[in-house]
Design a protein around this ligand. Structure first.
Ligand code: ATP
Length: 317
C-alpha cells in the first residue's frame, strides 16, 4: 500500500508522478520521470520540441496510459475510469473554437459540455479573462492573444483545482503575458489552484512560474525554483582586440582559459577573470594589445537552458 506524501504545510501533493515511462514501440518518449507538485504551486514544464512534455501531460490527463510507473492527482490514482477527477482539472491544449460563434456562445457550449448548471460561470470567466469587450464578437475575429484568453476561460469554467496549460503563452504580446501572469498568480495564491504550464520559451515561462522542470529527450534534467535558477546563471568576461590571435596567445601565456563566442569574441568564465577583469586589461595593455572591448555579462535564462541541454548531451554521448 503506497502512501501519498505531504508537503511541509501538511497538504497532499496535488500532482505526483512516480517513475513514469512511456514508449511508442521502440521509442521511449518519457523515461523514468518522478515529479511532485504541491497545492497552489505554479510549475513550468520546459523542453525543446519532442522533449516529452505533451506525452507527460496526456498521461496526467489519462489520455495516454504510462508504459510503467504511477500517477496520482489530488490524492487519486489517474486512470481512464476516474471521471470524478476531471471535474477538478482544467486543461488548455490549443485554442479550439467554433469560429462563427461569439465568445459567449463558445463558452456556453463548453459550459453545457462540462454539465455546469451555473450560468454565472460564463460571466465570471469573461471578467477574469478580461474578455468583456469581446464577448459578442465571433471567435474567428479575435486576435491570437484573445483566442488564448478564450481557451483559458473555457478551461476555467468549472473552477478547477488544477489547471494544465500546454503552451498558453504562444502568440501573446508582452502586455498580455503580464496580464495572464497576474491572473494565474491570483488563482494560485488566493485560491490555491495548482497550475502546470508547458512551454519551450524559458524567458516567458520564468515570468509566470515559481518553479521550472526541464525535460530533455524524455528525462527530467533540472527541477528548481526560478530564484535558484537566476543565481545559477553563469557570468563571463567578453573580450575583443584588434589582433585576436595575439590576444589568445597572451591569455594562454597567463594561464587564462577561454572559449570563442559565436561572434568570434573571447569569453572567459573562470572565477578570477570575473572577479578581476581589470587584471586582464592591465596584462593586455602591458603586452601591447589593449582590448577594444571588455565587459562582464551574465547569461540570460535562454542561454542557461541551452547550456543545460548541451551539458546533458555531453553526459549522454
Ligand atoms: N503517438 C505517438 N507515436 C509515436 N511517437 C510519438 C507519439 N506521440 C509522441 N511521440 C514522440 O514522442 C516524442 C515526445 O513528443 P511530445 O509531443 O511529448 O514532445 P513535446 O515536448 O511536447 O514537444 P512539442 O513542444 O513539439 O510539443 C517525440 O519524438 C514524438 O515524435
Amino acid at each position: 500500500m503506497r502512501t501519498i506524501r505531504r508537503d511541509t504545510m501538511g497538504n497532499t501533493n496535488v500532482i505526483q508522478l512516480e517513475n513514469v515511462s512511456k514508449s511508442f514501440g521502440d521509442y521511449q518518449a518519457v523515461h523514468n520521470l518522478s515529479l511532485e507538485v504541491n497545492r497552489g504551486e505554479v510549475i513550468g514544464f520546459l523542453g525543446l520540441n519532442g522533449a516529452g512534455k505533451t506525452t507527460t501531460i496526456k498521461m496526467l490527463l489519462s489520455l495516454l496510459r504510462p508504459s510503467s510507473g504511477s500517477i496520482y492527482m489530488l490524492g487519486s490514482k489517474v486512470d481512464a475510469g476516474n471521471y470524478k477527477l476531471w471535474e477538478k482539472v482544467g486543461y488548455l491544449e490549443e485554442a479550439i473554437f467554433y469560429p462563427e460563434l461569439t465568445v459567449t456562445e463558445n463558452l456556453d457550449i463548453a459550459r453545457r459540455m462540462h454539465l455546469i448548471s451555473d450560468r454565472n460561470s460564463i460571466a465570471r470567466v469573461i471578467e477574469q479573462l478580461d474578455l468583456g469587450a469581446h464577448q459578442d464578437k465571433k471567435a474567428r475575429t479575435l486576435s491570437l492573444g484573445n483566442k488564448q484568453r478564450l481557451g483559458l476561460a473555457k478551461a476555467m469554467l468549472h473552477n478547477p483545482e488544477v489547471l494544465i496549460l500546454d503552451e498558453p503563452i504562444n502568440g501573446l504580446d508582452p502586455a498580455s503575458v503580464v496580464e495572464i501572469r497576474e491572473l494565474l498568480l491570483d488563482l494560485s495564491r488566493n485560491r490555491g489552484v495548482t497550475i502546470l504550464i508547458s512551454s519551450h520559451l524559458l524567458e516567458e515561462l520564468s515570468k509566470l512560474v515559481d518553479r521550472i522542470s526541464i525535460m530533455h529527450k524524455g528525462q527530467l534534467i533540472q527541477d528548481m525554483k526560478v530564484s535558484q535558477m537566476e543565481q545559477a546563471l553563469q557570468k563571463s568576461v567578453i573580450l575583443d582586440g584588434r589582433n585576436r590571435v595575439a590576444l589568445m596567445r597572451i591569455l594562454k601565456e597567463h594561464g587564462y582559459s577561454y572559449e570563442e563566442a559565436a561572434d568570434g569574441r573571447l569569453a572567459l568564465a573562470e572565477g578570477r577573470a570575473i572577479s578581476q577583469p581589470e587584471k586582464i586589461a592591465e596584462i593586455l595593455v602591458r603586452m601591447g594589445q589593449p582590448p577594444t572591448h571588455l565587459s562582464v555579462v551574465t547569461e540570460d535564462l535562454e542561454g542557461y537552458f541551452l547550456r543545460m541541454i548541451r551539458t546533458e548531451g555531453r553526459k549522454q554521448a
